[in-house]
Write a protein that binds this ligand. Structure first.
Ligand code: SAM
Length: 484
């Protein structure tokens, strides 16, 4: 029974994203941490499935069982190696077993799957795809927001104006669409709206990009004429976004290790009308920061390979907990090495670090480990105060994103800014962050199988990103429908 009580406690904290499962399990003081870790990790994977089964059988009404206790018990009963407890919980669960098994069978029929593990991808993908709206980024290199809205209205869509709260995005249906709450170049449509064969998409006037994935370039905000480096760039949605913010003026150095992904990216950038790029199929870690070519690089976007746990459909992949842990460690080590390397560019002023992972290990822990070494020279910029889902404490300056909280895929963004010379001395030796558990000694993982004080104040005070871009947009009016 003690195992299930502790597992339910850890599960609840993990679902609230208080910390990684590993950290929570280590801090739990439970004797058999291996057993606890395995049970919580597995239950977490099946969490949505278990919730559906439990709700449909009314199990919680019996003996006032709490959801998290029910989840760990039902996991072991239906998917694990059987219950490892006696007492009233065992009696209750064994009595309910036929109903629970029937609910599981019905769910498999509904989802058209045979194996338990197939429920994982289907559940994650379906749930997120039904919730996350279709986000459309207007490509300002080819058109502007007003013209795209006009075109879509002529095409039978109804524009509902600018959203004023998240609820407006949740309520979209049919052919209605709305302007996004935070990002001026983003239009929002009901989930599953398909634009892949639409003229505006085919002509590169609109880019189909999740809102969370638009945050890194928007927050980095390089001004036209700047030199920018995109370290792990393919397939290039964020690169084309950076080029749009630059108005194709300046220089955009983009690297990717994978030549095939880089070739796809080249086609995408051509369609998007990007001309300021210099692409290289190269390991970013081998790029020489002291090469005079990069002497003017002030803005850097680092969106390295990650577990992709925030992406619907990849979330539920079934991997043994030990293997998953090893993979996360290797990824976090690689991410930290990239971050350290990025900070070596001599003229760097601002860096955005982002992942489509929900694991603290690849997010806050990487940033913390980096700040422990570089905290005297770089500070974290507080991002978008109106964004409700924040980085785990103490890194509340960073943003997190998820289908449930922000109506996006799972994502993490941090922005580092170089301190001024005076501040640097003042802050020396005052870095008081708690010890982070990432070490960069881990071998780099395989490449992705599967993103001045005044400016800082502006970032902190404005709710909408890119107000400057929106003003500029008014000046530039070119018909969206006429193709380039
Ligand atoms: C998350 S994806 C980048 C997505 C991209 N920023 C976008 O928005 O379209 C990570 C990319 O990093 C690349 N990558 C992995 N290791 C790398 C390295 N050492 N140097 C450069 N690129 C690398 C992978 O090939 C993959 O394309």
């Amino acid at each position: 029974m003690a195992l299930y009580v502790k597992a339910a406690e850890v599960l609840e904290k993990a679902e609230r994203k208080e910390s990684s499962v590993k950290t929570l399990v280590y801090n739990s003081q439970f004797q058999n941490i291996k057993q606890l870790f395995a049970l919580v990790s597995e239950t977490l994977k099946y969490s949505a499935v278990l919730e559906e089964i439990i709700s449909s059988t009314g199990l919680l009404k019996e003996k006032k069982l709490k959801m998290h206790v029910a989840k760990v018990l039902v996991y072991d009963l239906l998917f694990g190696r059987g219950l490892k407890c006696g007492g009233s919980w065992k009696v209750l669960l064994l009595r309910q077993q036929p109903r629970l098994q029937a609910a599981l069978a019905r769910l498999k029929v509904r989802r058209k799957v045979c194996r338990n593990e197939d429920l994982l991808c289907a559940a994650g993908r379906d749930a997120a795809e039904d919730v996350v709206p279709r986000y459309v980024r207007v490509n300002t290199l080819k058109t502007n927001v007003e013209d795209v809205i006009d075109y879509l209205k002529r095409d039978g869509f109804s524009y509902l104006g600018q959203a004023s709260r998240l609820e407006d995005l949740r309520r979209l249906s049919g052919k209605n669409f709305i302007g996004d709450l935070h990002l001026p170049e983003l239009l929002v449509f009901p989930p599953r709206t398909d634009f892949h064969s639409h003229f505006l998409y085919q002509a590169g006037h609109i880019i189909l990009q999740d809102k969370a994935s638009c945050l890194p370039a928007c927050l980095l905000q390089p001004p036209p004429g700047a030199h920018v480096l995109d370290a792990c760039a393919a397939p290039g949605n964020k690169t084309s976004h950076l080029a749009a913010l630059l108005g194709n003026k300046g220089k955009l150095f983009a690297f990717d290790l994978d030549p095939k992904r880089l070739a796809t990216m080249s086609t995408l950038l051509l369609r998007a009308g990007v001309t300021c790029q210099e692409l290289a199929a190269q390991d970013f870690l081998k790029v020489d920061p002291d090469d005079p070519k990069y002497g003017r690089v002030e803005y850097l976007l680092l969106d390295p390979s990650c577990s992709g746990s925030g992406m619907a459909g990849r979330r539920g992949e079934r991997v043994a907990p030990e293997e998953e842990e090893r993979r996360l460690q290797a990824l976090a080590g690689f991410q930290l090495r990239c971050l350290r390397h990025a900070l070596r560019f001599p003229s760097l002023r601002r860096l955005v670090y982002s992942t489509c992972s929900t694991h603290a290990q690849e997010n806050e822990e990487v940033v913390q480990a980096c700040l422990q070494e570089h905290g005297a020279s770089y500070r974290l910029v507080p991002l978008l105060p109106s964004w409700q889902e924040r980085g785990h404490a103490p890194l509340s300056q960073c943003l997190r994103a998820s289908p449930s909280e922000t109506l996006t895929h799972g994502f993490f963004v941090a922005m580092l800014e170089r301190r001024g010379p005076g501040e640097e001395q003042e802050e020396q030796g005052r870095c008081s962050l708690p010890a982070a558990s990432v070490t960069s000694s881990a071998a780099p993982p395989d490449s992705e199988a599967g993103e001045e004080p005044q400016q800082r104040a502006a970032a902190a005070e404005t709710q909408t990103v890119g107000a400057k871009t929106r003003r500029k947009r008014k000046k530039k009016r070119r018909p969206a429908a006429q193709g380039d």
